[in-house]
Ligand binder design. Sequence first.
Ligand code: ZN
Length: 99
Amino acid sequence: MGLRPGGHEPVARIECRGGKRWAWLYRIDLAKPKLPMTLAKEAALDKAMAARQTCGTCRRRYFHCLPLKTLGSCLECYDGTPADPASYIAPPAKHLLAA
Ligand SMILES: [Zn+2]
């Protein structure tokens, strides 16, 4: 229902299969809307975005999605088209040393 307990105790417990599966029931009128995107969710989303924005060759992370499915890298790695330095974040030094 897009709700979460509003800090109050559950009012009942529903049981299925002889109590093996159960869930607390809360009063809807005391419930609060689910929290907006948490930091954890944001981090997960950022990770997913990073995968689509990071060049597998030079490890730069661009501010736009890369044609990774077709090129597998950014344009600069693919055909030498210089990338605007303002369009990416240089990879951390550890990535360069890892090679
Ligand atoms: Zn690249």
